[in-house]
Write a protein that binds this ligand. Structure first.
Ligand code: IMP
Ligand code: MG
Length: 196
């Protein structure tokens, strides 16, 4: 069993960085979005969200671990009172692709019934993970929910996802940095790169 970054790891296989590992070489990282690009995108998203949620009691829900850096920056730019919740998901299987076989390891620790919920996610690929979370949240009957995503890898979508706030549409590459990992590596990078 693997938890937390599980899904990130499964994804990694889809791009075959495992092969890179076997060759015992470090993957080559190429720049995609600089710190400045990210800061500008976060500011733009925060402005849109603030406008839409002014005067409401917003609950932000993130999935650990990939979204932690994005959420930390976003809520500081938002400049309105928010609550922050994290859930932990796990996924099983040998597959290199997201199987959709997802399980909740840690759910919400607050009641979101009647609340305005904004799910904030680092990256959407097949869409299985976010659909699983949205189904879970729906069952808790929030007053509203919307989705904010930093990176939309829409070419890879297997199930439809409605994104209300989007940072970037990314090419079909395996990306790392700014909280996003490859096998727990590269989360700490302040910018976003892709594995060449
Ligand atoms: P999905 O269920 O296929 O949409 O996968 C979503 C999750 O897979 C994201 O939350 C990430 O954790 C992970 N993921 C998808 N693409 C990448 C990538 O390019 N780099 C690292 N993790 C990724
Ligand atoms: Mg994630």
């Amino acid at each position: 069993m693997c938890i937390g970054a599980h899904v990130d790891r499964m994804r990694a296989g889809g791009y075959n960085p495992i092969g890179v590992l076997r060759m015992n070489t470090e993957p080559v990282l190429k720049p995609l979005y600089s710190r400045e690009d990210i800061a500008a995108a976060v500011e733009k998203l925060a402005n849109e969200i603030r406008r839409d949620y002014l005067g409401k009691r917003l609950v932000i829900v993130g999935i650990l671990k990939g979204s932690f850096m994005f959420i930390a920056d976003l809520i500081r730019q938002l400049n309105i009172p928010v609550e922050v919740e994290f859930v932990v998901l796990s996924s099983y299987g040998e597959g290199t692709e997201s199987s959709g076989n997802i399980r909740m390891v840690k759910g919400l620790s607050t009641d979101i019934k009647g609340r305005d919920v904004l799910v904030v996610e680092d990256i959407i690929d097949s869409g299985y993970t976010i659909n699983f979370l949205l189904d879970y949240l729906r069952r808790h009957r929030p007053a509203s929910f919307k989705l904010c995503v930093l990176l939309d890898k829409r070419e890879r979508r297997k199930v439809p996802v409605v994104i209300d706030y989007r940072g970037f549409t990314v090419p079909n590459k395996f990306v790392v940095g700014y909280g996003i990992d490859w096998d727990e590596k590269f989360r700490y990078l302040p910018d976003i790169r892709y594995i060449d």
